[in-house]
Design a protein around this ligand. Sequence first.
Ligand SMILES: [Zn+2]
Length: 140
Amino acid sequence: MGKFTSAIKEECPRCTKGDLFLYKDHLPFSGKPFKMHKYCPECGLKYEKEPGFFYGSMFVSYALNVALFVAILLVYLFFFREHYGWIHFAVVYLVATLLMTGFIFRWSRSLWLTMLTKYEPEKRDERHLEIIKTEGNIGK
Ligand SMILES: [Zn+2]
C-alpha cells in the first residue's frame, strides 16, 4: 500500500522523497504536467532507466483510460440514461478524457516506474546528484 500511495503522489519509488515531475500542475493546457525530472533530486535515481523505458507506461495509460471510460459509462447507465441520449455520454467522456490527460500521463509513468523499482531508501547515486548540480535536472 505504501508503494502505491507514493506512486499516486508521484514520488520517487526508491526513496519516496523526491518528486518525479518538475511542476505540481496537472491540467494539460500549459504543457507543464508533462515535464519530468531526469534524476531523483533526493537519491539520484535515474528515472528513464533505458532509452524508451516509458513506452511501457502506455499499457498502464491504456488501463487507466479504460477504467475512466467504464466509470463514466456506469454512471451514465445507472443515473442519466432515461433522460439523456448517448451523445451526452460521449461529450462528457471526451471532456473528461481531455481534463484527465495530465493525471493519466503522470500516474501511468509513476505506476510503471514504481512497478519496476525496488524500495531502497538508504541508497544514493552521488554521481547523478553531481550531474544535477552541473547540468540541471530536466528529463524527457
Ligand atoms: Zn529518490
